[in-house]
Design a protein around this ligand. Structure first.
Ligand SMILES: [Zn+2]
Ligand SMILES: [Zn+2]
Length: 164
C-alpha cells in the first residue's frame, strides 16, 4: 500500500492514523513459510512543527517447529518503528530517517524490510525446551525416557568383564 502523505507534510499539527495488514506468506525461511498470518501494522504519521514523524508497531506471528523438539510453535513478535520522514536529507546520517521524496510512503516496502531483519534466529517452544532424546527420539519436555543417562566408561566396563 502506498500512503499519500502530501496533506500531512503541508499541514502543521496534523496527523493520520494508519492500520494495515500485509501478507508475507511468501517469505521463506530455511524451506519453511513461517508468516502464515498477515503482518499487522498500526501507527501514526504526524506533523509537529514541520517535523513529520512516523511511529508504529508491527506485529507478526512466527509459526514453525521448535528448533530443539520440533513441536509446532507460534510466537508473536513486535517491532517498534520510529522514523522521521524527510523529502531530502543534507546529512550523511540517514539512520532513523526515511526518505519520502514524493511524500508517498511505500508501506509494504517498509514493513517488509523491518520484519525481515527482525525474524528470530532461534525459535523455541519455551526458553528451557529440553529437546528430544538423541537415542529414542522422545520429547523430553514430556518426561524422561528410559535410555541410560550416562555412557559407561569403556575402561570400567572392561574391568567389570575381568571381575566376572
Ligand atoms: Zn521445544
Ligand atoms: Zn531416550
Amino acid at each position: 500500500m502506498i500512503v499519500d502523505l502530501r496533506k500531512i507534510f503541508v499541514n502543521e499539527n496534523s496527523s493520520m492514523p494508519i492500520e494495515y495488514a500485509f501478507d508475507m506468506r511468501e517469505v521463506e525461511v530455511s524451506g519453511l513459510f513461517p508468516l502464515k498470518q498477515p503482518v499487522k501494522f498500526s501507527g501514526t504519521v504526524s506533523n509537529k512543527a514541520s517535523l513529520v514523524e512516523l511511529k508504529a508497531r508491527i506485529s507478526y506471528l512466527y509459526e514453525a517447529p521448535c528448533d530443539r523438539c520440533g513441536v509446532e510453535t507460534a510466537r508473536e513478535h513486535t517491532v517498534s518503528v520510529e522514523k522521521a520522514l524527510a523529502v531530502s536529507t543534507e546529512s550523511e546520517e540517514s539512520d532513523g530517517i526515511l526518505l519520502t521524496p514524493d511524500r508517498m510512503l511505500d508501506l509494504d516496502e517498509l514493513i517488509y524490510s523491518e520484519v525481515v531483519v527482525d525474524l528470530p534466529m532461534k525459535h523455541l517452544c519455551k526458553e528451557d525446551c529440553r529437546g528430544i532424546c538423541a537415542k529414542c527420539g522422545k520429547n523430553l519436555n514430556e518426561g524422561e525416557c528410559d535410555c541410560p543417562k550416562k555412557e559407561i566408561d569403556p575402561r570400567l566396563s572392561a574391568l567389570a568383564e575381568l571381575l566376572k
